[in-house]
Write a protein that binds this ligand. Structure first.
Ligand SMILES: [Zn+2]
Length: 321
């Protein structure tokens, strides 16, 4: 009897597995079709290469200035305008250092959604094995260039779309400068401190992209985000699930990380850090473009694209229930 039942169980399992897979595929195709997602990972990857060809890009260097020019030139090539938020950071050892946040605003409405990434790269590879290498600057293909690349591609695909709220794309400076916590996320801290209070009230939240290009992509929910922007976190990870990306956007908290979203959270603005912190090349000289893949950039880009469209559909009236 057991011999006859067993194959039947297998057949049922295979059929139901096939049907379930079919259902998942169908659902992800529906949402892709509904929102007509167009984020292109290959185009985004070219921006990872473009930035890395400049070399390491820490503040105070010619390469940092070249990176600003790179970002600005891409924005100009889209026929868009931008705003430069200049400020000076007084480093106790290095002295005054000029920094700048780059801001591109699309759409208009009563609400503002921030989408950000840092473009500066770390001046020292402090996770390197050898003491000698620890003083060298990193290339930051994933830690820096990947977030910028996704932002630039998002700007390209949204520039001609009808948005029912303002989406403010911001390229932060000085995220990875510090050794002590006070000398990190300098640009985001400056920006949020200088926001007029009437604007601050309009902000729905910040979606931050950092280290989003790892070939082996696994993005867990981040601790501060989960605690302070739960609904936005759930919207993002649920959208990823709808797109059949659950293996890349794992719906559970793993790390709690200080990043550019933290100054926003401190000011009472919900901030979500989309970050893949399981990256063995973090803060090493091996954080190079070959560790980043167009596919990973596309997965993250499409999730954020769909999330922006969903929030826009509600005219930015994204209520935290
Ligand atoms: Zn970093």
């Amino acid at each position: 009897m057991a011999k006859k039942v067993l194959p039947l169980i297998f057949i049922v399992a295979i059929i139901s597995g096939y049907l379930y897979y079919g259902k998942l595929r169908q659902e992800s195709e529906i949402i892709e079709y509904k929102y007509r997602l167009t984020f292109n990972g290959t185009k985004a990857y070219l921006h990872v290469r473009g930035q890395c060809e400049i070399g390491p890009r820490p503040p105070g260097t010619i390469e940092h200035e070249k990176c600003i020019r790179y970002i600005v030139n891409v924005i100009k090539s889209y026929g868009l305008t931008y705003h430069l938020e200049n400020f000076t950071f007084s480093d106790p050892e290095a002295g005054p250092i000029s920094m700048v946040n780059i801001i591109v605003s699309l759409g208009s409405g009563d609400k503002i959604l921030y989408v950000g990434a840092h473009y500066d790269t770390r001046p020292r590879a402090d996770m390197e094995q050898s003491f000698e290498n620890r003083g060298k600057p990193i290339l930051g293909a994933n830690d820096g260039a990947s977030g910028v690349a996704v932002l630039l591609e998002l700007i390209r695909i949204f520039k001609d779309r009808d948005l029912k709220m303002e989406v403010r794309f911001i390229f932060f400076d000085g995220e990875d400068w510090g050794i002590i916590l006070d000398h990190y996320f300098i640009g985001s801290r400056y920006h949020v401190k200088h926001l007029p209070s009437n604007e601050k009230k309009k902000i729905i939240g910040l979606i931050l992209l950092d280290m989003v290009g790892d070939k082996d992509l696994q993005i867990y929910m981040e601790g501060f985000s989960y605690r302070h922007a739960r609904d936005l976190v759930e919207l993002i990870w649920n959208t990823a699930k709808e797109l059949n990306y659950t293996q890349y956007f794992v719906p559970r908290v793993k790390y709690t990380i200080y990043d550019d979203h933290y100054p926003f959270i401190q000011e009472g603005i919900p901030g979500v850090d989309i970050i893949d912190f399981d990256y063995p090349y973090w803060h090493t000289l091996n954080d190079t473009p070959d560790k980043v893949s167009p596919k990973s950039l596309e997965i993250v880009g499409r999730v954020v694209e769909a999330v922006i469209l969903k929030i826009s559909e509600d005219r930015g009236d994204f209520t935290y229930v």
